[in-house]
Design a protein around this ligand. Structure first.
Ligand SMILES: C[S@@+](CC[C@H](N)C(=O)[O-])C[C@H]1O[C@@H](n2cnc3c(N)ncnc32)[C@H](O)[C@@H]1O
Length: 328
């Protein structure tokens, strides 16, 4: 349950989300916060039906270590025949696939990830030789994808606040054979380095409701424990990321929540505080424009340039991506 004081930012949350139950058009009880999203999610009934299915498993081929041919023949010997997707190097294993149980995983040939997790890297488009900061990097899905896109050249600083998650990040960097990545341990909002970066990624901590599924009584599955609704931290992270960007540089702010208060509101906050500009980009999978209003709150008009991804439209985790430019 959360308590929001109208007109200010003081919001307190308990570990679990209170089930404010609303009726959907299928006459089932859909818990909050998902019920709130009926205001903007297209094909609501299809969305609710999709949440009752298991999330399919995808993986990325680590082209730094293996070609598609090598990965496919290794998986084939284990009886696995993946399906192609619209995203380069991303393949679908199916709903019951176990990517971590394969030889290819242990050899560092593949990285299991959601299809939507490729989107921030596609939007940021880091180039070989660049200096890139990943402010919230663990366990490293996007940092290792960026290393791959950069051909393991340039420098990636992969930072995370949580020491325990840095172990997974380091192990992934090592398993995938990456050498251009330095791992740091700071609160992103106080990241101390004073030099500027060509590109910065903020894949922010969030309530994660893009991952939610519904159980047999339509209860929410995959609910995160702890304090996960974090607009104040998200606003501090996006602002620090922008300040670490060189003039002419590009950043991406992404989350796996559909909550506008953690998305468009955070982006609007940055645009109020700094001279940033949202950039348009064309995702390779189905998307919807960002919102300019939600529950009577207005957001920056250029938020239509943000990209929203809905689970039932992309057959993966719901996602949000904003691409921002720092003018020279
Ligand atoms: C969505 S996850 C990042 C996933 C990662 N980008 C990937 O692709 O594997 C958000 C991360 O932010 C980290 N985090 C939370 N608060 C933070 C802060 N204040 N500064 C930096 N990292 C933070 C969490 O530990 C978590 O690993």
């Amino acid at each position: 349950m959360y308590f929001a004081k109208a007109g200010n930012q003081q919001e307190t949350f308990s570990a679990c989300i209170h089930a404010v139950l609303l009726k959907d058009s299928q006459s089932t009880m859909i818990p909050s916060p998902l019920a709130d999203y009926m205001e903007f999610i297209p094909d609501w009934d299809a969305y609710v039906s999709h949440l009752r299915l298991s999330l399919p498993v995808y993986f990325r081929i680590n082209t730094l270590k293996a070609s598609r041919e090598v990965v496919f023949s290794t998986l084939d010997s284990e009886g696995i025949r993946p399906e192609a997707t619209a995203v380069k190097d991303l393949f679908k294993l199916g709903a019951t696939g176990q990517a971590r149980a394969t030889v290819s995983y242990h050899l560092g040939y593949i990285y299991p990830q959601a299809l939507s997790s490729a989107l921030p890297v596609i939007a940021l488009a880091p180039r070989p030789g660049e200096m890139v900061l990943d402010l919230c990097a663990a366990p490293g899905g996007k940092a290792t994808h960026m290393a791959q896109v950069m051909g393991d050249s340039g420098i990636i600083i992969a930072n995370d606040r949580k020491l325990g998650r840095l172990t997974a990040l380091l192990s992934n960097v090592k398993r995938l054979g990456i050498t251009n990545t330095v791992v740091t341990h700071y609160r992103g909002e106080h990241f101390p380095v004073t030099r500027s970066f060509d590109r910065v990624l903020v894949d922010a901590p969030c309530s994660g409701d893009g991952k939610f599924r519904l159980g047999k009584d339509d209860e929410i599955l995959h609910l995160k424990k702890g304090r996960t609704f974090l607009p104040a931290i998200q606003k501090a992270l996006i602002q620090r990321a922008f300040d670490l960007l060189r003039p002419g540089g590009t950043m991406v702010y992404s989350t796996c929540t559909l909550n506008p208060q953690e998305n468009e509101e955070v982006v609007s906050h940055l645009l109020k505080k700094r001279d940033g500009r949202l950039l348009s980009w064309v995702p390779p999978i189905d998307w919807e424009p960002g919102l300019t209003t939600f529950k009577g709150r207005g957001y920056h008009e250029s938020c239509v340039l943000c990209r929203r991804f809905y689970p039932h439209k992309i057959d993966s985790v719901g996602f949000f991506v904003a691409k921002i430019f720092r003018p020279i």
